[in-house]
Design a protein around this ligand. Structure first.
Ligand code: ZN
Length: 267
């Protein structure tokens, strides 16, 4: 299933996308993931719905740093021996088509296409073999990063946790439709030009390992989001560097998941 959170007029809810239709299924996608609670309504044209981030207010957003070998190399960093985790928060989450707003304090805004993992069942100390059973599905994520702020201190939060710096969507594709999350092509286009192109097969730590690793120290709950790291081709590693600018358009594409497009605006 493709599960989308949407607005239509004064109505807000979630539903499943079937071709060019959207079948409303209830009020809150996270509640549905946790309890199965929902109420099906008559289908509406998908074009009449404004899609939001699948989980607009996740309880936790966990970023994973340097999780593609080639990206670690282009960053001049060793391939990590354990996952590198950093926080983002709900203030960063925006949906498809919503602008990424660059605050005046940020001079080096960069893009990062990533496979987003949405938790469906509470996970605490789960084994790698059981980890995917706790995942609801996958979405496209753009881990927008202010490199000037990210690299100014000893950790990354200031450059990562900025308002609007986490576009997500266009929907969540449930795990039954993606039996192998480590075999998906993933790419990013900036103003139509391909900047990142890889496969989730290149991840250092796969989805199951990440969920199990995080759950050893943090309880993962329905709606929590893990951004699983970005492949090579980011702006700061280019010569000359490429920064997001007012008027740009960023498009993230992941095979079997979908595509997510956002404009960039100066704040
Ligand atoms: Zn990232």
């Amino acid at each position: 299933m493709r599960l989308a959170t949407f607005e239509r007029g004064s109505m807000r809810g979630f539903g499943r996308v079937e071709g060019d239709r959207l079948v409303p299924m209830g009020h809150d996608l996270v509640e549905y993931l946790a309890t199965g609670a929902g109420a099906e309504g008559p289908a509406i044209p998908l074009a009449e719905a404004r899609l939001l981030a699948p989980v607009p207010r996740p309880g936790k957003v966990i970023g994973v740093g340097l999780n593609y070998r080639d990206h670690a190399a282009e960053s001049g960093q060793p391939v990590p021996e354990e996952p590198i985790l950093f926080p983002k928060f709900a203030n960063s989450v925006i949906g498809p088509g919503e602008p990424i707003v660059i605050p005046p304090e940020v001079h080096e805004p960069d893009y990062e296409v990533e496979l987003g993992v949405v938790i469906g069942r509470t996970a605490r100390g789960v084994a790698v073999a059981d980890a995917i059973a706790h995942v609801a599905g996958y979405t496209c994520v753009n881990d927008v990063s202010a490199r000037d702020l990210q690299f100014r201190g000893s950790q990354w939060m200031r450059g990562k946790a900025i308002d609007t710096f986490l576009p997500c969507g266009p929907w969540l594709v449930t795990t039954d439709e993606i039996p192998d999350p480590q075999a998906l092509s993933i790419r990013l286009l900036l103003n139509g030009r391909e900047m990142q192109s890889s496969s989730t097969a290149q991840m250092v730590f796969g989805v199951a390992e990440l969920v199990a690793f995080v759950s050893r120290t943090m309880t993962l709950e329905p709606g929590d989001l893990i951004a699983t790291g970005t492949p090579p081709g980011v702006g700061f590693a280019r010569t000359p560097p490429v920064w997001l600018r007012d008027g740009d358009e960023v498009r993230c594409e992941i095979e079997r998941v979908g595509s997510l497009t956002n404009p960039v605006r100066a704040g």
